[in-house]
Design a protein around this ligand. Structure first.
Ligand SMILES: *Cc1c(COP(=O)(O)O)cnc(C)c1O
Length: 377
C-alpha cells in the first residue's frame, strides 16, 4: 500500500465496536476492572488510553516502526528519549539541532551527568573523531533548522553500528511522508507533531517511534514513569490532521519550490536555502534519503534593513515561531527561535541578521508572491 492510502487505511482508522469512521475521544482517567485477578489492556490513562493508542499505532505504522508513543510536546518526546541514557554516557548531537533540544541537553541532562558533544553532523569525520569509549548515542536532525543543512543518514547508521550507538533523528521537518529514517537503519524517530503532523497550528504534541521489541519495552516503561503523555483530545486532533498529511505537504511543497525559485531570482535576495534548488549543498544526499524537499525554506536578504522591513510589511504570511501549519508562517531566527543562542555561535553557524525562515502554507502562491514582493521593496 502506498503512503497516501496508508494514512487512511492502517488498521486504526475505525472504532471496532461501532464502525464509527473517527476514533472516539476517550476522555477518561481510569477504567473499571471486571476481574482484579487478570490484567486488562486499559486501567489508567497515563499507562494507556484508547484514543492515544490509536494515534500511537498509526504513527508506528507510518514510520515502519514497532511501537509509537504520544507525548505532550515535541520537547517531552525528546526529553524522554534522552532519558534512555545514563549518567557518564556520552551522546553526540548535531550542532544545529532545535534550540529546545540544545537547551535540555546542555543545561539539564548535562547537569545530571550525561556528557554531550555538539558536532557538525554534515562532516562525517567530525562525528567519527568525537566518538569515545563511553559514547552511547547519536542524535541528528536533517534538513536542519534554519539553514537546511543535510546530514547523510545511511552514513550515520554505518558509523553508529560500528560503535554500537543508539541512533535518534528528529524528523519534524520531513514527516514520515517524505523521510522514513527507520527504513535506513535508525533506531528512534522523534517528532514535534505540533508542526506538519498536526498541521493546523492548533495543538502542541510530540511523537516517538522505535524499532525493536527491547527498545519498545524500555521506552514504554519510561513513558509510563515520565508521565508527559498526550491527552485524548489532542490525540484525536493529530489523528484527524494526519489524514491529510500527504495532500497538505504535496501542495505546500509545490508552493515552497515556486517560492524558492522566485526568491533566488529576486534582486533583494542574497541566498536561498532549500533542498529543492539545484544549487543546494547536500541536495543529492537529501534526495537519496528523502522523497521531497519539504515545505520549509530560508533566505538571506541583501542587508539587515531589508529583512527587518520585510518582517514588518508582510501581511498574508503570519509572523510566528512555529511551522508546518496550513497558513504560511515567516520567522526571523535571530530575534525568535535563535535569540537565546550567543551571537558568536549564531555567526559561526551562519544564522545572520538578514536571515528569514518561511514555512509555506496552502494559500495560492500568486498571492504569497505578491505579498513577498511588496514586502521586499
Ligand atoms: C518545534 C520543534 C521541536 C519542539 O517541539 P514542541 O512541540 O514545540 O515541544 C523539536 N524539534 C523541531 C525540529 C521543531 O521544529
Amino acid at each position: 500500500m502506498k503512503f497516501g492510502s496508508k494514512l487512511l487505511h492502517n488498521g486504526n482508522e475505525m472504532d471496532k465496536q461501532t464502525g464509527a469512521l473517527s476514533i472516539p475521544i476517550y476522555q477518561v482517567s481510569t477504567f473499571h476492572q471486571e476481574d482484579i485477578e487478570n490484567g486488562q489492556e486499559y486501567d489508567y490513562s497515563r499507562s494507556g488510553n484508547p484514543t492515544r493508542k490509536a494515534l500511537e499505532n498509526t504513527i508506528a505504522k507510518l514510520e515502519n516502526g514497532d511501537r509509537g508513543f504520544a507525548l505532550g510536546s515535541g520537547m517531552a518526546a525528546i526529553s524522554m528519549v534522552l532519558s534512555l541514557f545514563s549518567a557518564n554516557d556520552h551522546v553526540i548531537i548535531c550542532e544545529d539541532v532545535y534550540g529546545g533540544t540544545y537547551r535540555i541537553a546542555s543545561k539539564h541532562y548535562n547537569r545530571l551527568g550525561l556528557e554531550i558533544s555538539f558536532v557538525n553532523a554534515t562532516d562525517l569525520d567530525e562525528i567519527k573523531r568525537t566518538i569515545k569509549p563511553n559514547t552511547k548515542g547519536l542524535f541528528v536532525e536533517t534538513p536542519s533548522n534554519p539553514l537546511m543543512k543535510i546530514t547523510d543518514l545511511r552514513a550515520c547508521v554505518e558509523i553508529a553500528k560500528e560503535h554500537h550507538l543508539l541512533t535518534i533523528i528528529d524528523n519534524t521537518f520531513m514527516s514520515p511522508y517524505l523521510q522514513r529514517p527507520l527504513d535506513l537503519g535508525f533506531d528512534i524517530v522523534v517528532h514535534s507533531a505540533t508542526k506538519f503532523i498536526g498541521g493546523h497550528s492548533d495543538v502542541v504534541a510530540g511523537l516517538i517511534v522505535v524499532k525493536g521489541e527491547e527498545l519498545a519495552r524500555k521506552t514504554y516503561a519510561i513513558q509510563n514513569s515520565f508521565g508527559a503523555v498526550l491527552g485524548p483530545q489532542d490525540s484525536w486532533l493529530l489523528l484527524r490532521g494526519l489524514k491529510t498529511l500527504k495532500v497538505r505537504l504535496d501542495y505546500q511543497q509545490k508552493n515552497a519550490q515556486i517560492m524558492a525559485e522566485w526568491l533566488a531570482n529576486h534582486e533583494k535576495v542574497e541566498a536561498v536555502y532549500y533542498p529543492g534548488l539545484e544549487s543546494h549543498k547536500g541536495r543529492e544526499t537529501h534526495f537519496n534519503q528523502a522523497d521531497g524537499a519539504g515545505a520549509v525554506l530560508s533566505f538571506k536578504t541583501v542587508d539587515t534593513e531589508t529583512a527587518t522591513r520585510f518582517m514588518k510589511k508582510v501581511r498574508m504570511a503570519a509572523v510566528a515561531v512555529s511551522l508546518g501549519g496550513v497558513e504560511t508562517i515567516v520567522s526571523y531566527p535571530v530575534k525568535m527561535s535563535h535569540a537565546g543562542m550567543p551571537k558568536e555561535e549564531r555567526d559561526r553557524l551562519g544564522i545572520s541578521d538578514n536571515l528569514i525562515r518561511v514555512s509555506l502554507g496552502l494559500e495560492d502562491i500568486e498571492d504569497l508572491i505578491e505579498d513577498f514582493d511588496r514586502s521586499l521593496e
